[in-house]
Design a protein around this ligand. Structure first.
Ligand SMILES: Nc1ncnc2c1ncn2[C@@H]1O[C@H](COP(=O)(O)OP(=O)(O)OP(=O)(O)O)[C@@H](O)[C@H]1O
Ligand SMILES: [Mg+2]
Length: 354
């Protein structure tokens, strides 16, 4: 008997999103390749973190999955069904299954409506449920996000900022989405409120078997909530793998540089990074091959060759010719940190390659 494993919840296959750039008299002057050749899968119930500096395409990835942008190339599959490709219109039945949560979900509430009306609204649009069934669902979700039921009669200006965020999340949860894309979920919050939001997200994930993609600048947030992390640089994933492994021993020179800039968060800090060369390239004139090579101290001629793909060893993927050849020099630690001496970082031989 042939065993067939269930399809991943999400499969992203060579996804790209390019934006035309127009100049004087609306003439097209170039193409901004915000997302290019991005492939990965997500399983049910997992949390995938997406990190990378500003402009690396994190939000473009989330919005292209969500259907806010149409893919320029590539495909997105949800639960074994293709939901996005170039020219494909998104089926109405898919719209509620993925939800994108903007930085401030509370802002999605209409200031003229009570919370009850705002929370009933998505159910009125997407279901044919009678009023009492809707009300029961709304009350269940309001309890799950820790808001008192009496708040259903209040208007957005009558509740606190933290409660507004909870209400905004409730509005998304009433539809029971399968995948929730959280774009900068803690940006602009006090540290104590941040912690409360993260705890709530973890609780909701458990109670409703949710799958999250968490996009964040904040490496500490991604480290604390994600099972796996993908590191983006100028529209591409340069490294992906289990969060603990990537943070403990980053492999891509860019990941090392990114982690070295982060404040110490729990584990040992990556101090022995290779300093970056110069600033990011002009996004309209991206380098061929590895897009990071112009800032990479380890670049070699091969890096300018064909697009550098992620090579997998087990669950860890790295897009770096140096790593592929197993001759990634161990970075020199800054004076006084007493860590590594220059050497070659051995690639673990025992892990199977895909
Ligand atoms: N609708 C659009 N039209 C044209 N260019 C866009 C559009 N959306 C994004 N871009 C460009 O695509 C690139 C990636 O943007 P994106 O918003 O995805 O980055 P990001 O990683 O989310 O950055 P941040 O961390 O600042 O939110 C940027 O150069 C941006 O200017
Ligand atoms: Mg963004």
């Amino acid at each position: 008997m042939v065993e067939t494993s269930p399809p991943p919840l999400l499969r992203v296959d060579r996804l790209a999103r390019h934006f035309p750039v127009r100049g004087f008299l609306n003439r097209r002057v170039g193409t901004l390749r915000a997302l290019d050749d991005v492939s990965f899968t997500m399983t049910r119930g997992e949390v995938l973190g997406i990190v990378g500096e500003t402009g690396s395409g994190k939000s473009t990835l989330g919005k292209t999955l969500m259907g806010i942008h149409e893919p320029t190339l590539g495909e997105v599959w949800l639960d074994g069904t293709r939901i996005a490709s170039s020219g494909q219109k998104r089926a109405a039945s898919i719209r509620t299954r993925l939800q994108y949560v903007y930085q401030d979900p509370g802002a999605s509430l209409d200031p003229r409506w009570t919370l009850r009306r705002s929370l009933h609204e998505p159910l009125i649009i997407h279901t044919r449920w009678p009023r009492d069934r809707r009300e029961a669902k709304v009350r269940e979700i309001v309890a799950a996000v820790d808001l008192p039921p009496s708040h259903l009669d209040l208007y957005p200006h009558e509740i606190s900022g933290g409660q507004l965020r909870r209400a905004g999340l409730a509005r998304i949860l009433v539809l029971h989405p399968q995948l929730i894309i959280l774009d900068e979920p803690t940006a602009g919050l006090d540290v104590s409120v941040q912690a409360a939001v993260l705890t709530l997200l973890q609780d909701l994930r458990r109670d409703f078997t949710l799958t999250y993609m968490v996009i964040s600048h904040d490496l500490a947030v991604v480290r604390s909530v994600s099972d796996r992390v993908a590191v983006m640089y100028l529209g591409r994933i340069v490294e992906i793998g289990p969060t603990a492994d990537v943070f403990a021993a980053p492999r891509h020179p860019y990941t090392r540089a990114l982690l070295a800039t982060a404040p110490r968060i729990g584990g040992p800090r990556v101090t022995d990074s290779f300093p970056l060369l110069g600033g990011p390239p002009d996004p309209l004139q991206l380098p061929w091959g590895c897009r990071f090579r112009t800032r990479c101290r380890l670049a070699m001629p091969e890096c300018a060759g064909l697009a550098v793909q992620l090579d997998y060893e087990g669950e860890r993927g790295v897009a770096c010719p140096r790593w592929r050849h197993g001759d990634m020099p161990r970075p020199v630690a800054p004076p006084g940190t007493g860590s590594s001496a220059p050497a070659i970082m051995p690639r673990p031989a025992e892990e199977p390659r895909r």
